[in-house]
Design a protein around this ligand. Structure first.
Ligand code: SF4
Ligand code: SF4
Length: 542
């Protein structure tokens, strides 16, 4: 699907008829069925991927088949409706938060204009309050007295195939970023509602390929790219060669080493694709500089948890793999790289799903002696916490002028910012290694705008939708690009590094994307180094 030219898309967002531009819908939302057409939906999961996943222990992905959202008949199981209502009942009993979110919305509208999908599409059903209402209306009909007695008059709807299709459309036009929840006076987390809708859809075989294929790969090979152990090792070895060529120092690395002090896990994209490669090279240079006793794993070769985008069982299984590997290798704790959903899962769900990880030790920096009390239960430290602590204790030397080709700004990744409160450490690091500026206040820290393509939506067939939903973030970057000549958007998330690159290429040409650790390594002074002038830092090709 071709993406409209920038001028066309900007005009459409600003002037096209939509709720965001003041056009009033002519029909009640309940009477407006969704229409699937090329470009407005992500491709469904391939039959063989669903079959494979369904054959694995601990997870269920039924009803593998060929189907298309554009088909009238979605080839659902005969008793699909009973499955959905039973699934909703079970989840209402199991997750108290879901029950509360279904009951306590007062429709104040504070969340309505806070979602980047609403801002970019103007579609009323992309207002968070409406997105939740898609599920809430069914809940009301079947699980509340008022709904049972008064039906539509009480805002209830009986479950139909059209509603199921609507759930599919709008639960995949939400990146579960939680921005709306920051503004809700009741703390309703619409991301959790979306997660439940997706989970219910999977019960009848509705899911998208860009999520289920990575889940399948992660389950099979340990990482979402499907890299086999030898390929993963080869890729890291290539990066070692590159770091040596750039700095004159060859990082000493090991794989699957029992007895190492620390297991390092990062998103596999960092060892496979640009611009994450430079971040991975940064880890290698940094760990070598401080003489860290650590190991990579070719089995826990993925930090990212695509299970988060499907259902609780997959999330739990993929998360457990990291901890099982830490236990097998006998390390003290896990150091985690720049990732978003890995950290969301570790901070919000790991402890109740797989924890506490009492077989590991409370993390202590072997270089500074700092005890990471915040990781007492998860036994997992974020690379930004680790690096900021090294800097604070004077353990790293920098030459900031090595980043003089960069004028940076910082994108708070939704998961690290809102799901784990990692706000100051990346900024503290940036202060020491590069010249940088903040984007406008209401677009950073807890209020950060999503890249627009998270939770498995960074697939090419919905590129126009992604460019629309990423517009609020791109707009804030444009502000600092024009005002401060910013040419680099830094972040601490691998999905962001991929999605923001497409977003910048479209809306803000001239702005590149990088990880924080790339900037750290650019500026790092290593003992015994032999660096030529690197005009483009670690991106300089020798
Ligand atoms: S801000 Fe909260 S209470 Fe208000 S409409 Fe949105 S979800 Fe409902
Ligand atoms: S979680 Fe994010 S994407 Fe989803 S409704 Fe809220 S603001 Fe929109």
């Amino acid at each position: 699907m071709a993406v409209p030219k920038l001028e066309q898309l900007s005009k459409s967002v600003v002037q096209g008829p939509s709720l965001a531009t003041g056009a009033i819908p002519t029909r009640d939302w309940m009477d407006l069925p969704v229409v699937f057409k090329p470009g407005n939906y992500a491709y469904p999961a391939k039959k063989e991927k669903v079959e494979y996943l369904n054959s694995q222990s601990g997870i269920d992905f039924p009803n593998a088949r060929e189907w298309s959202p554009e088909d009238e008949d979605w080839k659902l199981p005969e008793d699909w409706k009973e499955i959905i209502i039973k699934g909703l009942k079970e989840r209402l009993e199991k997750f108290r938060s879901l029950k509360i979110f279904m009951d306590c919305c007062v429709r104040c509208g504070a969340c309505a204009d806070k979602c980047h999908f609403f801002l970019g599409t103007g579609d009323p059903k992309n207002m968070p309050v409406m997105r939740a209402e898609l599920l809430r209306s069914v809940y009301r009909n079947d699980f509340t007295l008022a709904g049972k007695v008064l039906g539509k008059m009480a805002g209830g709807r009986e479950m139909t195939v059209d509603i199921l299709k609507e759930w599919f459309m709008y639960s995949y036009q939400c990146t579960e970023c939680r921005r709306c929840s920051v503004f809700c006076p009741y703390g309703i987390d619409t991301a959790e509602v979306t997660m439940m809708m997706r989970e219910l859809l999977h019960l009848v075989g509705i899911g998208i390929n860009w999520i289920l294929e990575p889940v399948s790969n992660s389950n099979r090979t340990g990482n979402h790219m499907g890299l086999q152990p030898h390929t993963f090792k080869d890729n890291v070895d290539f990066l070692v060669d590159d770091v040596e060529a750039l700095t004159g120092i060859r990082p000493n690395i090991t794989f699957n080493r029992k007895g190492a002090e620390i297991l390092f896990i990062t998103p596999s994209a960092d060892v496979f694709a640009e611009p994450g490669l430079y971040t991975a090279m940064g880890y290698l240079a940094l760990f070598e500089a401080i003489g860290l006793d650590y190991t990579w794993s070719t089995y826990a070769s993925e930090g990212g948890n695509f299970g988060l985008f499907t259902n609780n069982e997959s999330m739990k299984k993929l998360n457990a793999k990291m901890y099982a590997e830490a236990e097998r290798l006998g390390v003290k704790y896990i150091l985690g790289g720049e990732c978003g959903h890995m950290w969301r899962v570790v901070h919000q769900y790991m402890n109740t799903m797989n924890g506490p990880a009492d077989f590991l030790e409370k993390p202590v920096s072997p270089i500074t002696g700092t005890v990471f009390e915040n990781a007492s239960s998860s036994k997992m430290v974020h690379i930004s916490e680790f690096t900021a602590d090294l800097i604070k204790h004077g353990k790293l030397k920098f030459d900031k002028s090595r980043n003089s080709h960069v004028k940076a700004t910082y994108h708070d990744s939704c998961n690290t910012a809102r799901a784990m409160g990692l706000l100051d450490e990346p900024r503290y690091i940036l202060d020491h290694v590069v010249d940088w500026v903040e984007m406008p206040e209401n677009t950073i820290r807890e209020q950060t705008f999503c890249c627009g393509s998270g939770t498995g939506l960074n697939t090419d067939e919905i590129m126009e939708l992604r460019m629309r939903s990423g517009l609020p973030r791109a707009n804030a970057v444009k502000y600092v690009q024009e005002k401060h000549d910013v040419n680099m958007l830094s972040c601490v998330c691998a999905i962001d590094r991929a999605t923001l690159t497409s977003l910048m290429d479209y809306w803000n040409p001239g702005v590149s994307v990088c990880g924080i650790t790339e900037l750290v390594a650019n500026a790092l002074i290593q003992e015994g180094e032999n660096r030529p002038e690197l005009d483009d830092g670690f991106r300089t090709l020798l």
